[in-house]
Ligand binder design. Structure first.
Ligand code: PFF
Length: 454
C-alpha cells in the first residue's frame, strides 16, 4: 500500500490527542491509583515519573520512528525496515498482543458502563460499604450483565473504527480527551476540598524515601509500560498516520505528560477522598469499583446531588478513557488484516470485533459461572491479564528498543527525530544510549520481576 493511499491524521494536535487517547485509560484511572496505594504513595509517583523520563519516552520515540518511517501496520513495518530478517516477528507479536489485550480489557471497560448506569440511576445513595462489595461481586459473577456490557463496548469501539482514521479516531479523541481532562480536574478539586483530605494529599505529595526498594522501582516500570501503551506496536501504528513533519520527540513528551497528569489527577481524586472517610489506600484493584462509590456516598452524605453528579461523571469519563484505548488496540489489528490480507477495512474490523468479542465473553464468564475452571489458580481472565500485560508487553518493548538502538539504520533514526524541528545532538545521543543499553536492561528487570523471579 503506497503512502498516498494511506490515511493521515489531519492535524498535529489530532495525532497527539489520538496517541494520548490510547495511553490514557483504565491503566491510569484504575491501575495507577491502586499501584500507588500499594507501593507507598508519593515515593512511588516520583520513581514512576523517573521511569517515564528514562524508559517510557525513549521507547515511545522508537515506536514512533518505526511507524512513521515505514508508514505501515506494525507487522509490515519491520519487513520494510529489516527486509528478509526475523524482525517481522516483533511486529506480528505486537498484533497478537493487541488482539489478546483487547479481548479482556473490554470486559473491565464494560464494567465502567454498568457503573455509569448505576450512578446515573442513583443507585449508590444509601448503600453500606458491605453492599458495595456485594453488588460488585454479584455483578461480576452474573453471566449476562457483564457479557452485555462487553458486547456493547465492543460495538462502540467497532463503530468508531469503521469510520476510519481521521473521522473516527482523530475526531473522537479531539472531543473525548479535553472533556475527560476537565472532568478530572473538577473532581480532583472537589476531593481535595473535603474535610480531612490533608493526610491523603500528604500521602500523594510528601515522599517517604524509606519506602523505595527494588520492588517499588520495578512495579513503577511495569506501570510505565502499561500506561503508555508501549510494547505492542500501538503507538507505532498511530505514528504511521502522523504527518511527515510531526515532531516525534515533542509528541512523545506531550503524550507522556498528558498520560502522567491524568494518572496523578486520578490519584488526587481517589486518595484525599479515601483518607477523608478513613478508607485504606491499599484496597487494591477494587479501589475504583468498590471504594470509590463508597467514598463518594459517605464523603458527601449530606449532599446526595453532588454524589450523583460526581459519580455519574466519573464513570462516564472512565468509560470514555477506556474507549479511546480499546479503539487503539482494535486499530492495530484491523489495519494489519486490512493491509496484509487485502480485506476491506469494514470486513477486517468485523472480524476483530467478533473474535475479540467472543474471547471477551469467555473471559467475562470465567469470572462468574466458569470460576471453578482455573489454571495455576488463575481464571481465564487472570491468565489473559498475566500473559499479555506482564509477559507479552515487556517482551515486545525489549525487542523494540534493541531493534531501534542496534539494528535500525542510524540515518533513519536521525532523520526521523530531526523532522519537524532540530533535535540537539546531546539529546539524540542520549536517546540512542537509552535505547541501546538502559531500556533493554530496565525492561529485562521488569520482565523478571513480573515473573516473580526477583
Ligand atoms: N494504556 C492503556 C491504559 O492505560 O489503559 C492500556 C493499553 C492500551 C495498553 C493500548 C496497551 C496498548 F497497546
Amino acid at each position: 500500500m503506497s503512502d498516498e493511499s494511506r490515511a493521515n491524521f489531519g492535524s498535529k494536535i489530532g495525532a497527539i490527542l489520538a496517541a494520548a487517547g490510547s495511553a490514557v485509560g483504565l491503566g491510569n484511572i484504575w491501575r495507577f491509583p491502586y499501584q500507588t496505594g500499594n507501593d507507598g504513595g508519593a515515593a512511588f509517583i516520583l520513581v514512576y515519573i523517573g521511569c517515564i523520563l528514562f524508559f517510557g519516552i525513549p521507547v515511545m520515540i522508537a515506536e514512533f520512528t518505526i511507524g512513521r518511517h515505514s508508514r505501515s501496520n506494525t507487522a509490515r513495518a519491520y519487513q520494510i525496515l529489516a527486509p528478509g530478517t526475523q524482525w517481522k516477528w516483533v511486529g506480528r507479536w505486537g498484533v497478537l498482543t493487541g488482539f489478546l489485550i483487547l479481548s479482556y480489557y473490554a470486559v473491565v471497560a464494560g464494567w465502567t458502563l454498568e457503573y455509569f448506569l448505576q450512578a446515573a440511576g442513583n443507585s449508590f445513595i444509601g448503600k453500606t460499604p458491605e453492599q458495595f462489595t456485594e453488588s460488585f461481586n454479584t455483578f461480576t459473577a452474573s453471566p449476562w450483565r457483564s457479557v452485555l456490557w462487553l458486547v456493547l463496548f465492543m460495538f462502540a469501539t467497532h463503530f468508531i473504527i469503521v469510520k476510519g482514521v481521521q473521522q473516527g479516531i482523530e475526531r473522537s479523541a479531539k472531543i473525548l480527551m479535553p472533556v475527560l481532562f476537565i472532568l478530572l480536574i473538577i473532581m480532583a478539586f472537589c476531593s481535595v476540598l473535603l474535610p480531612g483530605s490533608g493526610p491523603g494529599l500528604e500521602f500523594l505529595l510528601m515522599p517517604d524515601f524509606n519506602k523505595v526498594n527494588s520492588g517499588v522501582l520495578l512495579s513503577a516500570m511495569g506501570q510505565t509500560f502499561y500506561s503508555l501503551s508501549l510494547g505492542m506496536g500501538c503507538l507505532c501504528t498511530y505514528a504511521s498516520y502522523f504527518q511527515s513533519d510531526t515532531n516525534l520527540t515533542k509528541t512523545a513528551i506531550n503524550v507522556a505528560t498528558i498520560d502522567s497528569m491524568v494518572a496523578i489527577l486520578a490519584g488526587l481524586i481517589i486518595f484525599p477522598a479515601a483518607f477523608s472517610v478513613g478508607i485504606q489506600p491499599d484496597a487494591g484493584p477494587s479501589l475504583v469499583f468498590i471504594t470509590l462509590p463508597n467514598v463518594l456516598t459517605r464523603a458527601f452524605a449530606g449532599l446526595p446531588w453532588l454524589t450523583y453528579i460526581l459519580s455519574t461523571a466519573f464513570y462516564l469519563l472512565l468509560a470514555l478513557a477506556a474507549l479511546t484505548s480499546t479503539i487503539s488496540m482494535h486499530e492495530v489489528v484491523t489495519v494489519y488484516l486490512h493491509e496484509e490480507f487485502k480485506m476491506s477495512r469494514r470486513k477486517a474490523a468485523w472480524l476483530v470485533t467478533s473474535i475479540c468479542g467472543f474471547i471477551g465473553i469467555i473471559c467475562a464468564l470465567s469470572m462468574g459461572i466458569g470460576k471453578e475452571y482455573t489454571l495455576f489458580g488463575m481464571t481465564l481472565f487472570d491468565i489473559f491479564d498475566f500473559v499479555t500485560a506482564k509477559l507479552m508487553l515487556p517482551i515486545g518493548g525489549f525487542f523494540i528498543s534493541i531493534f531501534t538502538g542496534w539494528y535500525l539504520d542510524k540515518k533513519i533514526l536521525h532523520d526521523e527525530l530531526n523532522s519537524g524541528g532540530h533535535l540537539p545532538v546531546f539529546l539524540y545521543k542520549a536517546i540512542v544510549f537509552i535505547l541501546r543499553v538502559v531500556a533493554p536492561i530496565g525492561i529485562g528487570f521488569v520482565f523478571i520481576n513480573e515473573l516473580g523471579v526477583l
